[in-house]
Design a protein around this ligand. Structure first.
Ligand code: C2E
Ligand code: SIN
Ligand code: SIN
Ligand code: FE
Length: 377
């Protein structure tokens, strides 16, 4: 079968029955509803076989001489081994023919046709009789092949049906291209996030060095924060922001002079005022960085207190973002149990007594409760 003429839209609407046009519309809207490649292929093959009243179908995508079996109808079982999805073009001469001529191939009766070993295995195991192969073309390039067929008796195809396959093949090619682009974009986003997170860890290490804190110590604080947030019902989708926020919670201290930050004694009023600008400095830094704006709550609000006596904005109670209320407990516990230039570390028990004492004053009582439970475990 040769068919290379371009089908005009006007021709199609007069030649294709209304019922099939409506199926086409349905297929193209369901194709547009997902960006998942395997799902696109599955929708395409099920609808094509369904529309043509055929028992079986398969879609291969094609890249660098390798075929990938993306979908079949009836569907592949989830246990279908991944390695069996891959096939070599040279083992499938009929598919190869479609790829090289960019035109459909029709086997009236596959049982009588000369087949390669691989083809014979497929034909026998799927009980194929009539088989129609169609190229999936994108900008003149073959990006896949879809195959539909019967399993009981032979069957020929009308011009209308071939036209339908043509239109479907364009739709499916576009949907595949979209899904591949989307996957690439997602991949780039994931790569970028990883690069950003590595940069953040670098910043965090610089901050740690100035504060004479070890990396392990900081990561412990971060892990505790994420664990406590999760216990308190914060959704998993927020935990990434919380992790980043906790990691750089004192990034505003980059703007505080060493003479104050590392002063071995108590701070004067002026020094304390300067020190207390670190959350506002964090806000200024982070609001410039889209990626970190959602991680702002902890760096900006971790020194607010439940009773409204904190800084920088003297927020009261639930005005303070929940994650900052949670983090405050961990930050103070961590500060008290660590050596500082101005004092030695407190004992863990003393710090816990202090935290309990400040419940409902400095701290949100629910966060204290959950923290104490967590520490006990
Ligand atoms: P940091 O050392 O990480 O302390 C964080 C928070 O833990 C403090 O916030 C405070 O709420 C609590 N905290 C830490 N040490 C003590 C303590 O000995 N007693 C009590 N009751 N609470 C404590 P705060 O006070 O807003 O301080 C923010 C940052 O300012 C501190 O971070 C530290 O870098 C610096 N800072 C605070 N006080 C002094 C000081 O007397 N001398 C020096 N050199 N720095 C200080
Ligand atoms: C396969 O190639 O494994 C299945 C093809 C088909 O559905 O005919
Ligand atoms: C083949 O060419 O591999 C047989 C047809 C099919 O895969 O469905
Ligand atoms: Fe701080």
């Amino acid at each position: 079968m040769e068919r290379t003429e371009i089908i005009k839209y006007e021709d199609l609407t007069t030649r294709i029955p209304a019922k099939e046009l409506s199926t086409l519309l349905k297929v193209s809207s369901s194709l547009a509803s997902t960006m998942d490649l395997i799902e696109v292929l599955q929708i395409a093959i099920e609808n094509t076989s369904g529309m043509l009243d055929l028992e079986t179908g398969a879609i291969y995508t094609f890249e660098n001489g390798e075929l990938f079996l993306g979908a079949t109808t009836p569907p592949l079982s989830p246990q279908f081994p991944d390695e069996l999805r891959f096939a070599k073009l040279c083992d499938h001469p009929h598919i190869n023919n479609v790829v090289s001529t960019k035109a459909p191939v029709y086997l009236e009766d596959a049982r009588l046709a000369p087949l390669s070993i691989a083809e014979k295995i497929v034909v026998d195991s799927r009980h194929l009789v009539s088989v129609l192969y169609f190229p999936l073309l994108l900008k003149e390039e073959v990006i896949g092949v879809f195959i539909v067929g019967t399993t009981s008796k032979t069957r020929s195809f009308t011009n209308n049906e071939i036209d339908l396959c043509y239109i479907l093949s364009f739709q499916v090619s576009l949907a595949i291209a979209n899904a591949l682009l989307y996957k690439k974009a997602q991949q780039s986003i994931a790569d970028l996030s990883r690069a950003y997170d590595t940069t953040l860890e670098g910043w965090s290490r610089v901050l740690d060095m100035r504060d004479h804190v070890t990396e392990e110590h900081t990561l412990r604080v971060v892990d505790l924060t994420v664990a406590l947030a999760s216990r308190m019902g914060i959704p998993d989708s927020d935990l990434g922001h919380i992790r980043r926020g906790a990691l750089i919670h004192d990034i505003g201290k980059m703007g505080i002079p060493d003479a104050i930050l590392q002063k071995p004694g108590v701070l004067s009023d002026t020094e304390q005022k300067i020190m207390q600008t670190h959350p506002e400095k964090a806000r200024q830094i982070l609001s410039q960085i889209d990626y970190l704006t959602p991680a702002m709550d902890i760096p900006y609000c971790h020194h607010e207190k439940w009773d409204g006596t904190g800084y920088p904005r003297k927020l009261i109670g639930e005005e303070i973002p929940l994650v900052a209320r949670i983090f405050a407990v961990i930050d103070v516990f961590d500060a008290l149990t660590s050596d500082r230039p101005y004092r030695k570390a407190w004992k863990k028990e003393e710090a816990l007594v202090y935290i309990k004492n400040q419940s409902g004053k400095h701290f949100y009582s629910e966060a204290v409760k959950a923290f104490l439970e967590m520490v006990e475990e």
